[in-house]
Ligand binder design. Structure first.
Ligand code: AGP
Length: 607
């Protein structure tokens, strides 16, 4: 996720900005930049790579000034290059800004601005700078307000102008912004982390608000330029906690990020009226898409369980035979691949060695090879001939959570994109899209039960073995829940399709061997209920994930976690979340290093 810093006060801005960028490093980034205003001249320096690269560069220059802005970029639009790094200028080099978010309608804006504007980057942000400048007639705040009324998407931004050395303009919609209140100085940042060194007094900007900030005052307005009164709050966090936004671990923060980043994944990638999806990164013509007669989803670990959900989507929506292959197996099994095969490599890091090797093998055999990855500019993103970024923001905990749900979101959209070329009607597409749009709110309903899930986790934390059971599209959910528990709590767990228990595993059941069953209301509910009754008869402790309103689940189990109802295809997006929270709390209660579990790495870059 990009990081933003702004400073106006009596100190030299540059050291404050560089130090602030270092406090935002935890957000993940691939380039950074600063801009400082000194006597009507804006000095801008940018660098790809770590903050140290940028710090080295600015050392070579004499950059003075007590007002400035800075940015760490987590690439979304445009590759990882210095030209794409923020801050970005408008046309005449007097306006400069930094931005966190996605401008969905940047193409339309660019067309409206016309060809008198030349751009030096591939970013939506630079277009925003030109747009604001096109509205500037001497009042910077008004120019920002007018420009933003034409923008669709999300932004957290800070704007600086050479003709206004005494003020910064900041605005927020969908990307957080915090203002730190000092003595004769103000700090603006994406979160409180960078300012805790200087002040714990903060003002949180809300969506749709614009603020004009000078050294001595801050005035806040809505987009209609009406004054808004804001209150100053006191932060209790220390630095370390601030990096985690107050959560005890990155994993918990990332579990709670899911509703927001899910919206980032689907935003601007579908057309509700047409009931269709459009992921431009696919980079295939309609004829090429129609020629595909087989899809192979290649991944490892959690990504492979997301792929197993994707299989259901591609087969049900697009009617294309779809296989899921663990990357480390794919490359050694003489896979049948040809020019009619579409291979997706699914990977949060985009650097998993087994997945990279498998994709190279598929490419060698002539398949279409595309990526579904989180890290922009990663090896898989670069080596595939197209694909989509999942926009989950940096996922820093080793245990993958928000990347998993966002991977599924992207595969749902791809399945719809192919399906609408083949057998899906607009009405069916609209039904899926409406259900997808409801997912963030339904995720929040589950997250609100976190304390209840924590209390349930307490009851299961001392068991040595656990079964996870699911059927159909919920079997991958059982696999993912089992992986979460074992990789962070070190409790042995296994996942089975519900129908498999009677073929052997049920022999293990006892009062010391609990079962976590996913029994939500889908087409296999009755079958799963019978499996659960078999389990119950063996006196195994039983926790169920059930659909809200299913009172019968209580009689069948020791504990129930209820989830909202949704389309069967989308159930994994909801049913997995209680299992993430459950595993997290069990691990914390057992005193595990939740974000950095033993023996594991965030990205397995070796075979
Ligand atoms: C998931 O919690 C694990 N950290 C691991 O299974 C991970 O999903 C796997 O290594 C794949 O990583 P990738 O998505 O970066 O390719």
């Amino acid at each position: 996720m990009c990081g933003i810093i702004g400073y106006i006060g009596n100190k030299q801005a540059l050291p404050v900005l560089i130090k602030g960028l270092r406090r935002l490093e935890y957000r993940g980034y691939d380039s950074a930049g600063v801009a400082v205003l000194d006597k009507e001249k804006i000095h801008r320096t940018r660098a790809v790579g770590k903050i140290d690269e940028l710090a080295e560069k600015v050392k070579q220059e004499e950059i003075l000034g007590t007002i400035g802005i800075a940015h760490t970029r987590w690439a979304t639009h445009g590759g990882v290059t210095e030209d794409n790094a923020h801050p970005h200028f408008g046309k005449d080099g007097k306006l400069v800004l930094v931005h966190n978010g996605i401008i969905e309608n940047y193409r339309e804006i660019k067309e409206k601005l016309g060809d008198k504007h030349e751009y030096k980057s591939e970013t939506d942000t630079e277009i925003l700078a030109h747009l604001i400048e096109s509205h500037y007639k001497g009042n910077l705040r008004e120019a920002v307000e007018h420009a933003l009324s034409h923008v669709r998407g999300t932004y957290g931004l800070v704007v600086m102008h050479a003709d206004h050395p005494d003020s910064l303009i900041t605005a927020r919609l969908g990307s957080p912004l915090v203002v730190g209140v000092g003595e004769g100085e103000y700090y603006i940042a994406s979160d409180a982390t960078p300012m805790l060194t200087y002040t714990k007094k903060v003002i949180y900007l809300e969506d749709g608000e614009v603020a004009e900030i000078s050294k001595d005052k801050m005035e806040t307005f809505n987009l209609k330029d009406e004054v808004i009164t804001k209150c100053v709050e006191e932060i209790e966090w220390d630095d370390e906690q601030a990096e985690k936004q107050g959560y005890d671990h990155f994993m918990l923060k990332e579990i709670f990020d899911q509703p927001t980043v899910f919206e980032d994944a689907i935003r601007g990638r579908y057309n509700l009226e047409e009931g269709a999806a459009h992921l431009g990164g696919l980079n295939m013509t309609v004829e090429e898409m129609r020629s595909v007669d087989r899809i192979i989803l290649i991944a490892c670990g959690t990504a492979s369980y997301a792929a197993m959900v994707g299989k259901y989507a591609f087969e049900r929506l697009a009617g294309i035979p779809t296989e899921v292959d663990v990357a480390s197996e794919f490359r050694y099994r003489d896979p049948i691949v040809n020019e009619k095969t579409l291979v997706f490599g699914i990977s949060q890091s985009g650097e998993t060695a087994d997945t990279i090797a498998a994709l190279r093998e598929a490419k060698r055999k002539g398949a279409y090879v595309r990526g579904i990855v989180n890290v922009v500019g990663s090896t898989i993103a670069r080596e595939t001939d197209g694909g989509s970024y999942i926009h989950a923001g940096p996922e820093l905990a080793v245990a993958s959570t928000k990347a998993y749900t966002n991977m599924i979101a992207i595969m749902m959209l791809y399945a719809l994109q192919f399906g609408r070329l083949r057998r899906i009607t607009p009405a069916t597409g609209q039904r899926l899209l409406k259900a997808l749009r409801e997912i963030p709110a339904k995720m929040n309903q589950i997250l609100e039960q976190a304390d209840k899930i924590k209390a349930i986790a307490e009851k299961y934390k001392d068991y040595k073995d656990v079964f996870f059971l699911g059927r159909g599209i919920n079997f991958p959910v059982a696999l993912e829940g089992s992986l979460k528990l074992k990789e962070i709590s070190y409790i042995h767990s296994e996942a089975y399709p519900g129908g498999e228990m009677k073929h052997g595993p049920i022999a293990l059941l006892s009062e010391d061997f609990p079962v976590i069953g996913i029994m939500t209301k889908d087409q296999l509910y009755d079958k799963m209920r019978s499996n659960i009754e078999e389990i119950r008869a063996r006196k195994a402790p039983l926790l169920l994930i059930a659909t809200q309103g299913d009172e019968g689940a209580k009689e069948l189990s020791d504990d129930v976690i209820y989830v909202p109802d949704t389309m069967e295809l989308l159930e994994p997006l909801l049913n997995t979340i209680p299992l993430q929270i459950f595993a997290y709390h069990v691990a914390v209660m057992l005193g595990r290093d939740v974000d950095r579990p033993r023996n594991l790495a965030k990205s397995v870059t070796v075979e």
